[in-house]
Design a binder for this molecule. Structure first.
Ligand code: FES
Length: 186
């Protein structure tokens, strides 16, 4: 009799399995659902990521790394940064193209496309820059190449100086995308 009552109160084996499956699926679903929220919060609370710009006069390379052939070469821009909580030493804050056209004549461009912020490539075979996102093209000296390009201005050139006879220093800065004029990001 007792045994009968006990077995009546317990759910059948199949029901129990179903219950565990449902619970497991709910836990997984909730965890996956929370992931974007957690990522969003990480970005929101991280002051480094909130900052859209980094700038400064930065030593990028030396003249030895730049043959006098006018061909743009890409260099990372590395600097120390401090945010509200931490000091980061030697972290990449951007990248530039440098081209050397004479003994001490250099040109520097931010790699960021002025249309919407993708990184442009320099195509050796064409001798020009091309943005992979929406096909803006720029001449080797940074001007708009194709007038149908969606970018409203040429590549953002940066001030570059040679110090101590061979060090290449660049005044690194980011600019707002989507405008015809260069508007620095503060
Ligand atoms: S971001 Fe470069 S063309 Fe759109």
């Amino acid at each position: 009799m007792m045994e009968n009552m006990h077995s009546q109160n317990l759910p059948p084996q199949a029901d129990r399995r179903g219950f565990f499956k449902k619970t497991f699926a709910t836990i997984i679903g909730t965890t996956i659902g929370l992931f974007p929220v957690v990522s969003g919060l990480t970005v929101f609370f991280d002051p480094l990521r909130r900052k859209s710009s980094a700038r400064g006069v930065i030593r990028v390379t030396t003249l030895e790394a730049l043959p006098i052939d006018g061909v743009p070469r890409k260099f990372p821009v590395v600097a120390s940064r401090t945010d509200a909580w931490n000091k980061f030493t030697e972290v990449p804050i951007g990248a530039i193209y440098l081209r050397r056209t004479g003994e001490r004549t250099l040109q520097a461009f931010n790699v960021v496309c002025p249309h919407a912020g993708c990184a442009v490539d320099f195509l050796q075979e064409r001798g020009s820059f091309r943005c992979p996102c929406h096909e803006s093209t720029f001449t080797v000296d940074g001007k708009i190449d194709n007038p149908d390009s969606p970018a409203k201005r040429g590549l953002d050139d940066l001030k570059v100086v040679v110090r101590n006879g061979k060090e290449v220093w660049v005044e690194f800065q980011n600019f707002q995308a989507g405008h015809a004029e260069k508007i620095p990001i503060a």
